[in-house]
Write a protein that binds this ligand. Sequence first.
Ligand SMILES: [Zn+2]
Length: 191
Amino acid sequence: MLLTHLHLDHCGGLIDGDGTARFPNAEVVVHAAEVDHWLGGEIGTPSDDDPPWAESVTRRGAAAAVAPYRDRLRTFDCEQLVAPDITAVPLTGHTPGHSGYRVGSGADAILVVGDIVHVPAVQGPRPDASVIFDVDPDAAVDARRTLFAEADRDGIRIAGAHTEFPGVTLVRRVDDGYRLVPDLWVGSIGA
Ligand SMILES: [Zn+2]
């Protein structure tokens, strides 16, 4: 299981409702900074007034999601191969260890980017627009700008959890921003 970060909508599916591992044979791979930030120190108790994206809520949920996998948790802290043909690419900002995973190489590659973009219609033309969930908004903007420029230059597709159907998109430079064009990926790995 290659995790982009430990926000609940990206790791909550690791466990069933009773807290047991939904994927009992899986190894979990995630950036070390995610483990440090969300699972380090005291988890704390969320109050009823905390919004769903509050740190305390996220920390408690992430701890529950990862708990059954603690003895098979593998971390990385830089761009590196984490599985055959799959390279982890740190995209720090949205969260301290937010990362993408590049599958394949060249123009046939696809980069699974997690939460580099939440609202494509806004953050395409305005990549400087941050969202409330960004832990470090300035760094998130930098990561988005860098990634969009590279995707436009290299023609690689990106896949995000919050991009338009079918979840895969090309990035095209338009004026001062970008247009995210829904597309398909028909590449392969291990060929
Ligand atoms: Zn997120």
